[in-house]
Design a protein around this ligand. Structure first.
Ligand code: FE
Length: 181
């Protein structure tokens, strides 16, 4: 009988030992899950919180011409936009939702007739959509917050990025930087 008790004790100890050696990996697995959750939260913070509105709501907020460009992917006539020749210092924001899009520091004269920038204010401020309309393959640039059409990006821009963000003035508002700051 004693012999069986010892066998049971030894099996129990062995089981406890196995569990113990497994536990660190279980803990690291748990940490990995926590890390993944943490990363997800960080990504969510970095990603833009999207604004969803019905087309009827957008029609109430935007002028007919803004609606045509921002929501129906229209294009304003070149050399007519209010910001084409703007050389003031400040930030260009989305005319529909106020999302900061481009800095005057990256604006340049491209000769295209539209305000042109060589980079957006951050990677998260805009999104890119493949546009196959008009028999061309272009990269459409949209506001990351409201999805409004801004323009297109091309690979013929200046250094340091080599990009030309060709943007409709009517999709933008301008926040002039206060002097003295
Ligand atoms: Fe927007």
């Amino acid at each position: 009988m004693k012999k069986y008790i010892w066998i049971i004790i030894l099996i129990a100890l062995g089981f406890a030992f196995v569990c113990n050696t497994n536990s660190p990996s279980a803990a690291s697995e748990s940490m990995a899950v926590n890390d993944s959750t943490q990363n997800k939260k960080t990504d969510e913070r970095e990603n833009m919180v999207e604004i969803k509105k019905s087309e009827e709501e957008w029609k109430k907020i935007l002028t007919p011409e803004q609606y045509r460009v921002l929501r129906e992917k229209g294009t304003e006539r070149p050399f007519t936009g209010k910001f084409y020749k703007n050389e003031e210092t400040g930030i260009y924001v989305c005319a529909a939702c106020g999302n900061e899009l481009f800095s005057s520091e990256t604006k340049y004269e491209s000769g295209s007739g539209w305000p042109s920038y060589w980079q957006p204010v951050s990677e998260n401020s805009v999104r890119y959509v493949t546009d196959t309309s008009h028999g061309m393959i272009r990269t459409e640039v949209v506001c990351a917050r409201c999805g409004g059409h801004l323009g297109h990006v091309f690979d013929d821009g200046p250094a340091p990025t080599g990009k030309r963000y060709c943007i409709n003035s009517i999709s933008l508002d301008f926040k002039k930087k206060d002097s003295g700051k």
